[in-house]
Ligand binder design. Structure first.
Ligand SMILES: [Zn+2]
Length: 611
Protein backbone atom coordinates (compact mmCIF):
# COMPACT_ATOMS: atom_id res chain seq x y z
CA UNK A 1 0.00 0.00 0.00
CA UNK A 2 1.10 3.50 -0.54
CA UNK A 3 -0.03 7.01 -1.09
CA UNK A 4 1.41 9.19 -3.82
CA UNK A 5 1.52 12.59 -5.31
CA UNK A 6 1.51 14.48 -8.58
CA UNK A 7 1.58 18.02 -9.87
CA UNK A 8 0.03 20.45 -12.26
CA UNK A 9 0.86 23.47 -14.29
CA UNK A 10 -1.19 26.49 -15.07
CA UNK A 11 -0.71 29.71 -16.87
CA UNK A 12 -1.98 33.09 -15.89
CA UNK A 13 -2.83 35.99 -18.13
CA UNK A 14 0.76 36.46 -19.08
CA UNK A 15 2.91 34.14 -21.08
CA UNK A 16 3.72 30.96 -19.29
CA UNK A 17 6.31 28.32 -19.83
CA UNK A 18 7.11 24.91 -18.57
CA UNK A 19 10.20 22.89 -18.93
CA UNK A 20 9.98 19.19 -19.41
CA UNK A 21 12.47 16.73 -18.07
CA UNK A 22 14.52 16.65 -21.28
CA UNK A 23 14.86 20.39 -21.23
CA UNK A 24 12.45 21.18 -24.02
CA UNK A 25 10.32 24.18 -23.26
CA UNK A 26 6.69 24.78 -23.99
CA UNK A 27 5.33 28.25 -23.91
CA UNK A 28 1.73 29.14 -24.16
CA UNK A 29 -0.24 32.29 -23.76
CA UNK A 30 -3.45 32.95 -21.93
CA UNK A 31 -5.43 33.24 -25.11
CA UNK A 32 -4.64 29.71 -26.12
CA UNK A 33 -7.51 27.30 -25.75
CA UNK A 34 -6.18 24.15 -24.23
CA UNK A 35 -9.01 22.58 -22.31
CA UNK A 36 -7.42 23.10 -18.93
CA UNK A 37 -9.50 25.84 -17.49
CA UNK A 38 -11.00 26.25 -14.05
CA UNK A 39 -14.65 26.69 -14.74
CA UNK A 40 -15.96 29.53 -12.63
CA UNK A 41 -19.74 29.87 -12.95
CA UNK A 42 -19.84 32.16 -15.91
CA UNK A 43 -21.87 33.84 -18.56
CA UNK A 44 -21.74 30.60 -20.48
CA UNK A 45 -23.88 29.05 -17.80
CA UNK A 46 -26.35 31.78 -18.50
CA UNK A 47 -26.68 31.01 -22.17
CA UNK A 48 -23.45 31.30 -24.02
CA UNK A 49 -24.03 34.81 -25.31
CA UNK A 50 -21.15 36.22 -23.35
CA UNK A 51 -17.50 35.47 -23.24
CA UNK A 52 -15.78 34.30 -20.14
CA UNK A 53 -13.40 36.75 -18.54
CA UNK A 54 -11.97 34.80 -15.67
CA UNK A 55 -10.09 31.70 -16.56
CA UNK A 56 -6.94 29.85 -15.96
CA UNK A 57 -5.43 27.55 -18.47
CA UNK A 58 -3.08 24.68 -18.36
CA UNK A 59 -1.02 22.92 -20.88
CA UNK A 60 0.59 19.59 -20.94
CA UNK A 61 4.17 19.08 -21.94
CA UNK A 62 5.19 15.72 -23.24
CA UNK A 63 8.02 14.31 -21.32
CA UNK A 64 10.55 11.98 -22.76
CA UNK A 65 10.37 8.31 -22.05
CA UNK A 66 13.30 7.06 -20.01
CA UNK A 67 15.72 5.17 -22.13
CA UNK A 68 16.93 2.91 -19.42
CA UNK A 69 14.86 0.04 -18.17
CA UNK A 70 17.07 -1.18 -15.41
CA UNK A 71 15.52 -2.55 -12.30
CA UNK A 72 15.11 -0.41 -9.30
CA UNK A 73 14.45 -1.76 -5.93
CA UNK A 74 13.68 0.17 -2.83
CA UNK A 75 14.52 -1.28 0.50
CA UNK A 76 12.46 -0.76 3.58
CA UNK A 77 12.11 2.73 4.84
CA UNK A 78 14.28 3.28 7.90
CA UNK A 79 13.82 6.87 8.65
CA UNK A 80 15.54 8.68 11.45
CA UNK A 81 13.26 11.42 12.64
CA UNK A 82 15.71 12.89 15.08
CA UNK A 83 18.43 13.47 12.50
CA UNK A 84 16.04 15.37 10.33
CA UNK A 85 14.62 17.36 13.20
CA UNK A 86 18.08 18.67 13.92
CA UNK A 87 18.15 20.24 10.50
CA UNK A 88 15.16 22.38 11.10
CA UNK A 89 14.83 25.55 12.98
CA UNK A 90 12.17 25.90 15.56
CA UNK A 91 8.80 26.84 14.20
CA UNK A 92 8.97 25.42 10.73
CA UNK A 93 8.74 21.66 10.50
CA UNK A 94 7.71 21.49 14.11
CA UNK A 95 5.90 18.22 13.59
CA UNK A 96 7.40 15.35 11.70
CA UNK A 97 4.93 12.76 12.61
CA UNK A 98 4.01 12.12 9.01
CA UNK A 99 7.55 11.34 8.10
CA UNK A 100 7.70 8.32 10.29
CA UNK A 101 4.26 7.09 9.49
CA UNK A 102 4.48 4.28 7.02
CA UNK A 103 2.00 1.65 8.01
CA UNK A 104 -0.87 3.36 6.23
CA UNK A 105 1.08 5.76 4.12
CA UNK A 106 3.72 3.28 3.08
CA UNK A 107 5.99 3.22 0.11
CA UNK A 108 5.35 1.06 -2.86
CA UNK A 109 7.91 -0.02 -5.35
CA UNK A 110 8.50 -2.34 -8.18
CA UNK A 111 11.19 -3.91 -10.24
CA UNK A 112 11.44 -3.85 -14.01
CA UNK A 113 10.29 -0.52 -15.25
CA UNK A 114 10.54 -0.25 -18.98
CA UNK A 115 9.43 2.19 -21.60
CA UNK A 116 5.97 2.30 -23.02
CA UNK A 117 6.08 4.53 -26.08
CA UNK A 118 3.18 3.10 -28.09
CA UNK A 119 0.70 3.36 -25.28
CA UNK A 120 1.93 6.85 -24.56
CA UNK A 121 1.32 7.89 -28.10
CA UNK A 122 -2.15 6.45 -28.37
CA UNK A 123 -3.04 8.16 -25.06
CA UNK A 124 -2.14 11.50 -26.53
CA UNK A 125 -4.08 10.82 -29.66
CA UNK A 126 -7.08 9.80 -27.63
CA UNK A 127 -6.72 12.88 -25.49
CA UNK A 128 -6.88 15.00 -28.64
CA UNK A 129 -9.95 13.08 -29.78
CA UNK A 130 -11.61 13.60 -26.41
CA UNK A 131 -10.99 17.31 -26.55
CA UNK A 132 -12.37 17.47 -30.06
CA UNK A 133 -15.51 15.67 -28.85
CA UNK A 134 -15.99 18.26 -26.11
CA UNK A 135 -15.46 21.12 -28.56
CA UNK A 136 -17.92 19.47 -30.93
CA UNK A 137 -20.49 19.24 -28.14
CA UNK A 138 -20.02 22.92 -27.44
CA UNK A 139 -20.46 23.75 -31.10
CA UNK A 140 -23.63 21.66 -31.20
CA UNK A 141 -25.14 23.48 -28.26
CA UNK A 142 -24.37 26.84 -29.87
CA UNK A 143 -25.99 25.60 -33.06
CA UNK A 144 -29.03 24.47 -31.10
CA UNK A 145 -29.42 27.86 -29.50
CA UNK A 146 -29.18 29.49 -32.92
CA UNK A 147 -31.85 27.14 -34.27
CA UNK A 148 -34.15 27.98 -31.38
CA UNK A 149 -33.71 31.67 -32.04
CA UNK A 150 -34.44 31.10 -35.75
CA UNK A 151 -37.64 29.20 -34.89
CA UNK A 152 -38.79 32.10 -32.72
CA UNK A 153 -38.30 34.48 -35.65
CA UNK A 154 -40.34 32.22 -37.96
CA UNK A 155 -43.21 32.09 -35.47
CA UNK A 156 -43.18 35.87 -35.20
CA UNK A 157 -43.32 36.23 -39.02
CA UNK A 158 -46.27 33.80 -39.15
CA UNK A 159 -48.13 35.87 -36.62
CA UNK A 160 -47.48 39.09 -38.54
CA UNK A 161 -48.76 37.54 -41.80
CA UNK A 162 -51.95 36.41 -40.08
CA UNK A 163 -52.34 39.84 -38.57
CA UNK A 164 -52.08 41.52 -41.98
CA UNK A 165 -54.63 39.07 -43.39
CA UNK A 166 -56.92 39.86 -40.50
CA UNK A 167 -56.68 43.61 -41.10
CA UNK A 168 -57.37 43.13 -44.81
CA UNK A 169 -60.40 41.01 -43.97
CA UNK A 170 -61.93 43.50 -41.58
CA UNK A 171 -61.40 46.41 -43.91
CA UNK A 172 -63.24 44.44 -46.62
CA UNK A 173 -60.29 44.27 -48.95
CA UNK A 174 -60.29 40.52 -48.70
CA UNK A 175 -63.67 38.91 -49.25
CA UNK A 176 -63.17 35.53 -47.75
CA UNK A 177 -66.95 34.91 -47.67
CA UNK A 178 -67.03 35.31 -51.41
CA UNK A 179 -64.29 32.82 -51.80
CA UNK A 180 -65.19 30.13 -49.29
CA UNK A 181 -68.81 30.88 -48.35
CA UNK A 182 -70.19 32.51 -45.22
CA UNK A 183 -69.53 29.67 -42.77
CA UNK A 184 -65.84 29.56 -43.53
CA UNK A 185 -65.64 33.31 -43.20
CA UNK A 186 -67.03 33.13 -39.67
CA UNK A 187 -64.53 30.43 -38.81
CA UNK A 188 -61.76 32.57 -40.20
CA UNK A 189 -62.88 35.49 -38.09
CA UNK A 190 -62.71 33.33 -35.02
CA UNK A 191 -59.29 32.10 -36.08
CA UNK A 192 -58.01 35.63 -36.54
CA UNK A 193 -59.31 36.61 -33.12
CA UNK A 194 -57.53 33.63 -31.63
CA UNK A 195 -54.38 34.55 -33.46
CA UNK A 196 -54.51 38.07 -32.09
CA UNK A 197 -54.89 36.74 -28.59
CA UNK A 198 -52.04 34.34 -29.16
CA UNK A 199 -49.90 37.18 -30.41
CA UNK A 200 -50.70 39.27 -27.35
CA UNK A 201 -49.83 36.45 -25.02
CA UNK A 202 -46.67 35.93 -27.08
CA UNK A 203 -45.69 39.54 -26.45
CA UNK A 204 -46.46 39.13 -22.76
CA UNK A 205 -44.39 35.97 -22.51
CA UNK A 206 -41.55 37.65 -24.41
CA UNK A 207 -41.39 40.41 -21.87
CA UNK A 208 -41.62 37.84 -19.09
CA UNK A 209 -38.73 36.02 -20.74
CA UNK A 210 -36.74 39.21 -20.91
CA UNK A 211 -37.28 39.67 -17.20
CA UNK A 212 -36.29 36.08 -16.56
CA UNK A 213 -33.19 36.61 -18.72
CA UNK A 214 -32.26 39.68 -16.73
CA UNK A 215 -32.73 37.97 -13.40
CA UNK A 216 -30.71 35.00 -14.65
CA UNK A 217 -27.99 37.35 -15.83
CA UNK A 218 -27.91 39.04 -12.44
CA UNK A 219 -27.78 35.65 -10.73
CA UNK A 220 -24.63 34.86 -12.73
CA UNK A 221 -22.97 38.18 -11.99
CA UNK A 222 -23.97 38.04 -8.32
CA UNK A 223 -22.37 34.63 -8.02
CA UNK A 224 -19.16 35.87 -9.61
CA UNK A 225 -19.10 38.81 -7.23
CA UNK A 226 -19.81 36.50 -4.28
CA UNK A 227 -16.66 34.59 -5.34
CA UNK A 228 -14.74 37.89 -5.26
CA UNK A 229 -14.37 38.04 -9.05
CA UNK A 230 -15.78 41.54 -9.40
CA UNK A 231 -14.13 42.18 -12.77
CA UNK A 232 -15.88 39.14 -14.20
CA UNK A 233 -19.18 40.20 -12.64
CA UNK A 234 -18.93 43.66 -14.20
CA UNK A 235 -17.90 42.17 -17.52
CA UNK A 236 -20.91 39.84 -17.47
CA UNK A 237 -23.22 42.82 -17.21
CA UNK A 238 -21.44 45.29 -19.48
CA UNK A 239 -21.17 42.73 -22.28
CA UNK A 240 -24.87 41.87 -22.08
CA UNK A 241 -27.76 43.50 -23.94
CA UNK A 242 -28.96 44.85 -20.59
CA UNK A 243 -25.89 46.99 -20.05
CA UNK A 244 -27.88 50.24 -20.17
CA UNK A 245 -30.66 49.02 -17.86
CA UNK A 246 -30.74 51.20 -14.71
CA UNK A 247 -30.94 48.14 -12.47
CA UNK A 248 -27.86 46.70 -14.17
CA UNK A 249 -26.03 50.02 -13.94
CA UNK A 250 -26.70 50.07 -10.20
CA UNK A 251 -25.33 46.54 -9.88
CA UNK A 252 -22.15 47.46 -11.73
CA UNK A 253 -21.71 50.37 -9.35
CA UNK A 254 -22.25 48.06 -6.37
CA UNK A 255 -19.64 45.54 -7.57
CA UNK A 256 -17.10 48.27 -8.21
CA UNK A 257 -17.62 49.75 -4.77
CA UNK A 258 -17.18 46.35 -3.11
CA UNK A 259 -14.09 45.59 -5.20
CA UNK A 260 -12.53 48.90 -4.17
CA UNK A 261 -13.00 48.01 -0.51
CA UNK A 262 -11.10 44.69 -0.82
CA UNK A 263 -7.57 44.35 0.48
CA UNK A 264 -4.70 42.11 -0.63
CA UNK A 265 -4.38 39.15 1.71
CA UNK A 266 -0.79 38.57 2.79
CA UNK A 267 -0.04 35.46 0.76
CA UNK A 268 2.83 34.47 3.02
CA UNK A 269 0.08 33.85 5.59
CA UNK A 270 -1.96 31.33 3.61
CA UNK A 271 -2.48 28.19 5.67
CA UNK A 272 -2.90 24.79 4.02
CA UNK A 273 -4.98 21.94 5.42
CA UNK A 274 -5.08 18.41 4.05
CA UNK A 275 -7.08 15.22 4.31
CA UNK A 276 -7.02 11.71 2.98
CA UNK A 277 -10.13 10.24 1.40
CA UNK A 278 -13.03 10.45 3.83
CA UNK A 279 -14.23 7.58 5.96
CA UNK A 280 -17.86 6.71 5.22
CA UNK A 281 -18.38 3.74 7.57
CA UNK A 282 -16.51 4.06 10.87
CA UNK A 283 -17.52 0.54 11.95
CA UNK A 284 -15.73 -1.07 9.04
CA UNK A 285 -12.78 1.36 9.00
CA UNK A 286 -11.79 1.83 12.65
CA UNK A 287 -11.41 -1.81 13.56
CA UNK A 288 -9.30 -3.06 16.41
CA UNK A 289 -6.38 -4.21 14.30
CA UNK A 290 -3.32 -2.52 12.79
CA UNK A 291 -5.15 -1.35 9.67
CA UNK A 292 -8.08 -0.03 11.68
CA UNK A 293 -5.79 1.86 14.04
CA UNK A 294 -3.99 3.41 11.09
CA UNK A 295 -7.26 4.55 9.57
CA UNK A 296 -8.31 6.01 12.91
CA UNK A 297 -5.11 8.05 13.00
CA UNK A 298 -4.83 9.39 9.47
CA UNK A 299 -8.40 9.52 8.20
CA UNK A 300 -11.20 12.03 8.65
CA UNK A 301 -14.88 11.09 8.74
CA UNK A 302 -17.58 12.70 6.64
CA UNK A 303 -19.32 14.44 9.59
CA UNK A 304 -15.95 15.78 10.74
CA UNK A 305 -15.17 17.14 7.30
CA UNK A 306 -18.58 18.78 7.01
CA UNK A 307 -18.20 20.38 10.44
CA UNK A 308 -14.72 21.66 9.55
CA UNK A 309 -16.04 23.26 6.36
CA UNK A 310 -18.84 25.00 8.22
CA UNK A 311 -16.60 26.22 11.03
CA UNK A 312 -13.87 27.49 8.73
CA UNK A 313 -16.50 29.24 6.66
CA UNK A 314 -17.99 30.82 9.77
CA UNK A 315 -14.52 32.06 10.73
CA UNK A 316 -14.04 33.85 7.42
CA UNK A 317 -11.78 31.36 5.63
CA UNK A 318 -11.85 31.42 1.83
CA UNK A 319 -10.47 28.63 -0.37
CA UNK A 320 -7.75 29.67 -2.80
CA UNK A 321 -5.59 27.65 -5.18
CA UNK A 322 -1.80 27.49 -5.10
CA UNK A 323 -1.91 29.21 -8.46
CA UNK A 324 -3.78 32.10 -6.86
CA UNK A 325 -0.79 32.71 -4.56
CA UNK A 326 1.90 32.92 -7.22
CA UNK A 327 2.51 31.89 -10.78
CA UNK A 328 5.43 31.53 -13.13
CA UNK A 329 5.89 34.42 -15.52
CA UNK A 330 8.35 34.48 -18.36
CA UNK A 331 10.72 37.41 -18.14
CA UNK A 332 11.89 39.45 -21.14
CA UNK A 333 15.17 37.54 -21.10
CA UNK A 334 13.27 34.25 -21.37
CA UNK A 335 13.83 33.10 -17.81
CA UNK A 336 11.07 32.02 -15.47
CA UNK A 337 10.11 33.90 -12.39
CA UNK A 338 7.62 32.89 -9.71
CA UNK A 339 5.60 36.05 -9.23
CA UNK A 340 3.41 36.56 -6.20
CA UNK A 341 -0.19 37.41 -7.01
CA UNK A 342 -2.61 39.56 -5.12
CA UNK A 343 -5.48 37.73 -3.49
CA UNK A 344 -8.08 40.47 -3.11
CA UNK A 345 -10.58 39.77 -0.35
CA UNK A 346 -12.84 41.81 1.87
CA UNK A 347 -11.14 42.86 5.08
CA UNK A 348 -11.16 40.08 7.68
CA UNK A 349 -11.39 37.18 5.23
CA UNK A 350 -8.57 34.61 5.40
CA UNK A 351 -7.22 32.69 2.42
CA UNK A 352 -6.41 29.00 2.81
CA UNK A 353 -5.50 26.05 0.59
CA UNK A 354 -6.95 22.55 0.91
CA UNK A 355 -5.62 19.30 -0.45
CA UNK A 356 -6.63 15.65 -0.49
CA UNK A 357 -3.95 12.96 -0.77
CA UNK A 358 -4.06 9.49 -2.26
CA UNK A 359 -7.31 9.88 -4.17
CA UNK A 360 -6.79 6.45 -5.69
CA UNK A 361 -9.21 4.33 -3.62
CA UNK A 362 -6.52 1.76 -3.07
CA UNK A 363 -7.14 -1.95 -3.39
CA UNK A 364 -6.39 -2.56 0.27
CA UNK A 365 -9.18 -0.17 1.26
CA UNK A 366 -11.90 -2.10 -0.54
CA UNK A 367 -14.60 -3.22 1.88
CA UNK A 368 -13.19 -1.01 4.66
CA UNK A 369 -15.86 1.67 4.61
CA UNK A 370 -14.48 4.05 1.99
CA UNK A 371 -15.74 5.01 -1.47
CA UNK A 372 -14.97 2.66 -4.38
CA UNK A 373 -14.34 5.12 -7.16
CA UNK A 374 -15.19 8.51 -8.61
CA UNK A 375 -17.94 8.70 -11.23
CA UNK A 376 -19.98 11.30 -13.09
CA UNK A 377 -23.67 11.07 -12.30
CA UNK A 378 -26.48 11.54 -14.83
CA UNK A 379 -26.22 15.32 -14.39
CA UNK A 380 -22.50 15.35 -15.09
CA UNK A 381 -21.66 15.98 -11.42
CA UNK A 382 -18.61 14.41 -9.79
CA UNK A 383 -19.76 11.81 -7.27
CA UNK A 384 -18.50 8.65 -5.60
CA UNK A 385 -19.61 5.09 -5.94
CA UNK A 386 -19.85 3.38 -2.57
CA UNK A 387 -20.60 -0.17 -1.50
CA UNK A 388 -22.16 -0.47 1.95
CA UNK A 389 -21.63 -3.31 4.44
CA UNK A 390 -24.61 -5.21 3.00
CA UNK A 391 -23.18 -4.98 -0.50
CA UNK A 392 -25.58 -2.31 -1.79
CA UNK A 393 -23.93 -0.06 -4.35
CA UNK A 394 -24.91 3.60 -4.54
CA UNK A 395 -23.64 6.84 -6.03
CA UNK A 396 -23.46 9.91 -3.83
CA UNK A 397 -21.47 12.33 -1.72
CA UNK A 398 -19.01 9.86 -0.23
CA UNK A 399 -15.85 11.94 -0.38
CA UNK A 400 -14.50 15.47 -0.40
CA UNK A 401 -15.23 16.51 -4.00
CA UNK A 402 -19.05 16.36 -4.02
CA UNK A 403 -19.31 17.55 -0.40
CA UNK A 404 -17.12 20.56 -1.14
CA UNK A 405 -18.97 21.22 -4.40
CA UNK A 406 -22.30 21.28 -2.59
CA UNK A 407 -20.96 23.50 0.16
CA UNK A 408 -19.60 26.04 -2.31
CA UNK A 409 -22.82 25.87 -4.30
CA UNK A 410 -24.58 27.03 -1.16
CA UNK A 411 -21.77 29.32 0.03
CA UNK A 412 -20.05 30.75 -3.06
CA UNK A 413 -18.15 33.19 -0.85
CA UNK A 414 -16.19 30.22 0.53
CA UNK A 415 -14.32 29.99 -2.80
CA UNK A 416 -12.00 32.59 -4.29
CA UNK A 417 -12.92 32.85 -7.98
CA UNK A 418 -14.02 29.22 -8.16
CA UNK A 419 -11.03 27.65 -6.39
CA UNK A 420 -11.60 24.22 -4.85
CA UNK A 421 -9.07 21.76 -3.41
CA UNK A 422 -5.90 20.11 -4.71
CA UNK A 423 -6.42 16.44 -5.55
CA UNK A 424 -3.24 14.34 -5.34
CA UNK A 425 -2.58 10.95 -6.88
CA UNK A 426 -0.04 8.19 -6.62
CA UNK A 427 0.17 5.76 -9.50
CA UNK A 428 0.77 2.18 -8.36
CA UNK A 429 -2.93 1.30 -7.90
CA UNK A 430 -4.16 3.57 -10.67
CA UNK A 431 -6.20 6.69 -9.94
CA UNK A 432 -9.71 7.57 -8.77
CA UNK A 433 -10.52 3.93 -8.08
CA UNK A 434 -9.67 2.69 -11.58
CA UNK A 435 -6.80 0.23 -12.03
CA UNK A 436 -5.18 2.19 -14.82
CA UNK A 437 -1.53 1.58 -14.04
CA UNK A 438 0.69 -0.27 -16.48
CA UNK A 439 1.21 -3.00 -13.91
CA UNK A 440 -2.41 -4.09 -14.54
CA UNK A 441 -1.97 -3.96 -18.29
CA UNK A 442 -1.46 -7.28 -20.03
CA UNK A 443 -0.06 -5.55 -23.08
CA UNK A 444 2.51 -3.60 -21.10
CA UNK A 445 6.14 -4.61 -20.75
CA UNK A 446 5.77 -3.35 -17.18
CA UNK A 447 2.93 -5.71 -16.37
CA UNK A 448 3.24 -6.97 -12.80
CA UNK A 449 1.92 -10.53 -12.42
CA UNK A 450 1.20 -9.80 -8.76
CA UNK A 451 -1.49 -7.33 -9.81
CA UNK A 452 -4.83 -8.58 -11.10
CA UNK A 453 -4.97 -7.82 -14.82
CA UNK A 454 -7.53 -5.21 -15.80
CA UNK A 455 -9.15 -6.23 -19.10
CA UNK A 456 -10.97 -2.85 -19.28
CA UNK A 457 -7.85 -0.79 -18.79
CA UNK A 458 -8.15 1.18 -22.03
CA UNK A 459 -11.73 2.17 -21.22
CA UNK A 460 -10.83 2.97 -17.60
CA UNK A 461 -8.04 5.27 -18.72
CA UNK A 462 -10.48 7.13 -20.94
CA UNK A 463 -12.91 7.42 -18.03
CA UNK A 464 -10.15 8.82 -15.83
CA UNK A 465 -9.25 11.41 -18.44
CA UNK A 466 -12.86 12.58 -18.48
CA UNK A 467 -12.94 12.69 -14.66
CA UNK A 468 -9.64 14.58 -14.46
CA UNK A 469 -10.93 17.13 -16.96
CA UNK A 470 -14.16 17.45 -14.98
CA UNK A 471 -12.16 18.05 -11.79
CA UNK A 472 -10.17 20.83 -13.43
CA UNK A 473 -13.30 22.36 -14.95
CA UNK A 474 -14.83 22.26 -11.49
CA UNK A 475 -11.99 24.32 -9.98
CA UNK A 476 -9.74 21.58 -8.58
CA UNK A 477 -5.98 21.60 -8.96
CA UNK A 478 -4.25 18.28 -9.61
CA UNK A 479 -1.04 17.16 -7.96
CA UNK A 480 1.55 14.42 -7.86
CA UNK A 481 2.02 12.37 -4.73
CA UNK A 482 4.73 10.29 -6.51
CA UNK A 483 4.08 6.96 -8.22
CA UNK A 484 5.21 4.76 -5.36
CA UNK A 485 4.51 7.01 -2.36
CA UNK A 486 8.23 7.41 -1.81
CA UNK A 487 10.03 9.22 0.93
CA UNK A 488 11.81 12.01 -0.96
CA UNK A 489 14.09 12.79 1.97
CA UNK A 490 15.55 9.29 2.07
CA UNK A 491 15.45 8.04 -1.49
CA UNK A 492 18.36 8.63 -3.82
CA UNK A 493 18.17 10.67 -6.98
CA UNK A 494 18.12 7.72 -9.33
CA UNK A 495 15.18 6.08 -7.56
CA UNK A 496 13.22 9.32 -7.42
CA UNK A 497 13.90 10.05 -11.08
CA UNK A 498 12.55 6.67 -12.17
CA UNK A 499 9.56 7.02 -9.90
CA UNK A 500 8.82 10.47 -11.32
CA UNK A 501 9.07 9.15 -14.88
CA UNK A 502 6.73 6.36 -14.00
CA UNK A 503 4.23 8.73 -12.42
CA UNK A 504 4.30 10.96 -15.48
CA UNK A 505 3.84 8.01 -17.81
CA UNK A 506 0.93 6.51 -15.90
CA UNK A 507 -0.81 9.42 -14.22
CA UNK A 508 0.10 12.73 -15.80
CA UNK A 509 -0.91 11.35 -19.19
CA UNK A 510 -4.47 11.07 -17.83
CA UNK A 511 -4.53 14.76 -16.93
CA UNK A 512 -5.63 17.54 -19.24
CA UNK A 513 -2.40 19.46 -18.75
CA UNK A 514 0.98 19.62 -17.13
CA UNK A 515 1.13 18.92 -13.47
CA UNK A 516 3.28 21.38 -11.52
CA UNK A 517 2.33 20.58 -7.91
CA UNK A 518 3.97 17.87 -5.84
CA UNK A 519 2.72 16.92 -2.38
CA UNK A 520 5.51 14.94 -0.75
CA UNK A 521 4.44 11.55 0.65
CA UNK A 522 4.94 11.50 4.42
CA UNK A 523 5.55 15.24 4.00
CA UNK A 524 9.19 14.21 3.50
CA UNK A 525 10.83 17.18 1.79
CA UNK A 526 13.97 17.15 -0.35
CA UNK A 527 15.66 19.81 1.79
CA UNK A 528 15.47 21.53 5.14
CA UNK A 529 13.81 24.91 5.61
CA UNK A 530 16.44 26.81 3.60
CA UNK A 531 15.19 27.78 0.13
CA UNK A 532 15.82 25.23 -2.61
CA UNK A 533 18.85 25.85 -4.73
CA UNK A 534 20.32 24.33 -7.86
CA UNK A 535 22.89 22.61 -5.65
CA UNK A 536 20.08 20.22 -4.81
CA UNK A 537 19.95 17.52 -7.48
CA UNK A 538 16.55 16.31 -6.41
CA UNK A 539 15.21 19.83 -6.83
CA UNK A 540 16.77 20.08 -10.28
CA UNK A 541 15.17 16.78 -11.25
CA UNK A 542 11.72 17.83 -10.04
CA UNK A 543 12.10 21.27 -11.59
CA UNK A 544 12.98 19.69 -14.94
CA UNK A 545 9.96 17.44 -14.58
CA UNK A 546 7.80 20.56 -14.46
CA UNK A 547 7.13 20.93 -10.74
CA UNK A 548 6.95 24.45 -9.32
CA UNK A 549 4.83 24.01 -6.16
CA UNK A 550 6.21 21.81 -3.39
CA UNK A 551 4.32 20.92 -0.23
CA UNK A 552 5.61 19.14 2.85
CA UNK A 553 3.74 18.50 6.09
CA UNK A 554 4.07 20.90 8.95
CA UNK A 555 1.70 21.47 11.80
CA UNK A 556 2.67 25.12 12.25
CA UNK A 557 -0.22 27.41 11.48
CA UNK A 558 1.50 28.79 8.40
CA UNK A 559 4.64 27.89 6.51
CA UNK A 560 5.09 29.47 3.07
CA UNK A 561 8.29 30.09 1.14
CA UNK A 562 8.45 31.97 -2.17
CA UNK A 563 11.54 31.26 -4.22
CA UNK A 564 12.66 32.72 -7.52
CA UNK A 565 11.11 29.83 -9.41
CA UNK A 566 9.15 27.85 -6.85
CA UNK A 567 6.68 28.02 -3.98
CA UNK A 568 6.88 25.81 -0.91
CA UNK A 569 4.15 25.38 1.63
CA UNK A 570 3.64 23.32 4.78
CA UNK A 571 0.41 21.39 5.13
CA UNK A 572 -1.55 20.64 8.27
CA UNK A 573 -3.12 17.22 8.73
CA UNK A 574 -6.71 17.46 9.96
CA UNK A 575 -7.05 13.78 10.82
CA UNK A 576 -8.03 11.58 13.73
CA UNK A 577 -4.67 11.80 15.45
CA UNK A 578 -4.33 15.56 15.17
CA UNK A 579 -7.88 16.20 16.28
CA UNK A 580 -7.59 13.73 19.17
CA UNK A 581 -4.47 15.56 20.42
CA UNK A 582 -6.44 18.80 20.62
CA UNK A 583 -9.66 17.12 21.74
CA UNK A 584 -7.91 15.39 24.63
CA UNK A 585 -6.11 18.58 25.65
CA UNK A 586 -2.63 17.23 24.87
CA UNK A 587 -2.04 19.86 22.23
CA UNK A 588 -3.49 23.04 20.78
CA UNK A 589 -2.83 23.24 17.07
CA UNK A 590 -6.29 23.59 15.58
CA UNK A 591 -8.04 26.33 17.51
CA UNK A 592 -7.53 28.88 14.70
CA UNK A 593 -9.52 26.60 12.37
CA UNK A 594 -12.20 24.92 14.44
CA UNK A 595 -13.66 24.12 17.81
CA UNK A 596 -12.42 20.53 17.88
CA UNK A 597 -14.79 19.62 20.72
CA UNK A 598 -17.71 19.96 18.32
CA UNK A 599 -15.90 18.44 15.33
CA UNK A 600 -14.28 15.27 16.67
CA UNK A 601 -16.32 12.22 15.67
CA UNK A 602 -17.25 10.47 18.91
CA UNK A 603 -17.66 7.16 17.12
CA UNK A 604 -13.87 6.91 16.97
CA UNK A 605 -12.17 4.45 19.30
CA UNK A 606 -9.97 6.44 21.70
CA UNK A 607 -7.34 7.19 22.72
CA UNK A 608 -5.73 7.65 19.31
CA UNK A 609 -2.00 7.17 19.50
CA UNK A 610 0.63 7.47 16.79
CA UNK A 611 2.33 4.17 16.21
ZN1 LIG B 1 0.08 9.94 1.09
Amino acid sequence: MSLKKFSQNSSNRSTNASTSRNGSRNISSHSESNGYTRRIPSQEDFGGEYHRTSRRSRRRAFDDIPEDSEDFFLDSDNYDTENVKDDYESGAYADHSYRTKDSYDSEHFDADISVYPDEEKSFDERLAEGREAIRSRNRQSVRKRKQMRFSAILITIDILVLLVLGVLFFTGKLNLAGLFGKKEAVETTVAVEETTEAQESEIESESAMAEADLSQLLAVSDRQAAMYDYDAAVETLTSSSYAADPQVQAKIQEYQTTAASCVAFDNSQVTHVFFHILCVDTDRAFTNDAAGKDFNQVMTTIPEFEAILQQMYDRGYVLVGLHDMAEIEIQPDGTEKMVRKKIMLPEGKKAFVMSEDDVCYYEYMEGKGFADKMVLDENGKLKLQYTDAAGNVSVGDYDIVPILDNFIEQHPDFSYRGAKAIIAFTGYNGVLGYRTDETYDESSPNRDPKMKANPNIAEDRETCKVLMQALVDDGYELASHSWGHLNFTNRDLSTLTKDTDRWERNVETLMPGNCDIILYPFGADIADWHPYSTDNEKFNMLQNAGFRYFCNVDSSKVWVQFGDNFVRQGRRNLDGYRMWMDFSGQDNKLSDLMDVKTVFDQRRPTPITWN
